[in-house]
Design a protein around this ligand. Structure first.
Ligand code: LMR
Length: 399
């Protein structure tokens, strides 16, 4: 049966963790996978999560099945987090925006890609150049065409919005535009509010479908601010999709907790799309794991616990900001120039720092510094005490 099967491709992100684990050097740095670590190098279980878990253990009466769409209370709480409470109040009346709980945002991306492929086998998914390394494999495995729109300018390390918008102005009703809601992965370079406004007009005029990956809400400028561009669009376009993750902002990585959100121009159409997503879930894994979603629902439905969680997200965000500022200062000190100042302007966990293939390899081999090919570093995984070593390594290899 399997005699001609070729080996799997190496995962560009997860393989870094494994390689770093096997590296015996004590001062090695794993800046690969997008995982938050504190100053002690640990990825803690959040206090709000611990409290919710204790509450669940004490009160949960059954482990019976929940359902193909997962927990509806989780779905509604997550939609509220995405849209904002005011808009969700209106949504509860017109039911245009619906959700299906999924195993992480990757599960959501895949199920919605499956339904796009069923609805329109000729659809093309346009993604930013660069984009999250798993976006193209997910879309292609669902049978969709993948194309790239210009996004990251390697010279300025920011988004080239005029070129991006000009490329997207050619798209139409067979096209899906994949956007990062905030904290762009891998580059760290986010769209301006003005670009979200322009994209909204274009989606309305040209009829392409905006598909938003929201995996880091709260890690850029704050829970509400990070959603501002997306919310502008969501309030004005007839249809959109969102894949949202609780891995990072709830620290629930291994619990695989996410949601597929669908909005269309009518409640009945949204329900129809939701039904097809559930059908795809049924033929893939039947229904999502419960625990992470039960934790999130418990937190979001309790104002006091939600306040604890929000302050923990704020603490993580502030640590990332401190790390960014300290790395910029250390690189200025090491190199005597300001070429790395862009790291201070980027948002979220990641920055693409402009290291080429050979420099990425040298950082790994000479210094035990592991970053993802393409030059992505995870600043949320960096201890402040390791910054001088990283700055020194980068200054030797990249200057
Ligand atoms: C990352 O980009 O590092 C994370 O989203 C983890 C993953 O699943 O790839």
């Amino acid at each position: 049966m399997f005699n001609t099967l070729s080996p799997a491709a190496i995962d560009p992100i997860l393989s870094q963790t494994l390689a770093c684990l096997q590296d015996p050097r004590p001062n090695k740095l794993d800046l690969g996978v997008g995982v938050y670590r504190n100053e002690n190098g640990k990825t803690p279980v959040l206090q709000a999560v611990k409290t919710a878990e204790i509450r669940l253990v004490q009160t949960q009466e059954s482990k019976s099945y929940v359902g193909m769409a997962g927990c509806e209370r989780f779905n509604q709480a997550m939609i509220s987090l995405l849209l904002g409470e005011e808009r969700q109040a209106q949504n509860q009346r017109d039911a245009r925006v619906v959700g299906v709980q999924t195993p992480g945002a990757s599960g959501a991306l895949r199920l919605m890609a499956d339904v796009i492929a069923i609805a329109n086998p000729n659809a093309t998914v346009w993604m930013s150049d660069l984009s999250y390394a798993n976006h193209a494999p997910i879309m292609r495995t669902a049978g969709l065409n993948v194309a790239y729109y210009p996004y990251f300018d390697p010279k300025t390390k920011s988004v080239n919005e005029p070129i991006m918008l000009s490329a997207l102005s050619a798209l139409g009703t067979n096209d899906v535009v994949l956007l990062h809601g905030c904290c762009h992965n891998p580059t760290g370079a986010d769209l301006s509010y003005g670009a979200w406004q322009a994209l909204t007009d274009m989606a309305n005029q040209q009829g392409f479908l905006p598909f938003i990956d929201m995996a880091y809400q709260g890690f850029g400028d704050g829970m509400e601010k990070d959603a501002a561009g997306f919310r502008y669009l969501a309030e004005r376009v007839p249809a959109f999709l969102v894949a949202s993750s609780c891995s990072k902002n709830f620290g629930l990585y291994r619990e695989r907790t996410g949601i597929a959100v669908v909005a269309s121009d009518s409640a009945s159409k949204s329900l129809c799309i939701k039904g097809r997503i559930m059908e795809c879930a049924r033929s893939t894994y039947t229904m999502p794991p419960d625990h992470g979603a039960a934790v999130v629902r418990t937190i979001l439905e309790d104002p006091a616990l939600k306040a604890v969680w929000l302050s923990e997200v704020s603490e993580m965000r502030q640590r990332i900001h401190r790390v960014r500022a300290a790395l910029v200062a250390s690189l200025q000190h090491q190199t005597g120039h300001h070429h790395f100042d862009f790291i201070g302007q980027h948002k979220g966990m990641f920055s693409v720092i402009g290291a080429n293939k050979e420099q990425v390899m040298r950082l790994r081999e000479e210094f035990g510094v592991y970053l993802v090919d393409g030059g992505r570093i995870n600043l949320a995984g960096l201890k402040e005490s390791d910054i001088p070593f990283l700055a020194k390594s980068l200054s030797v290899v990249m200057v």
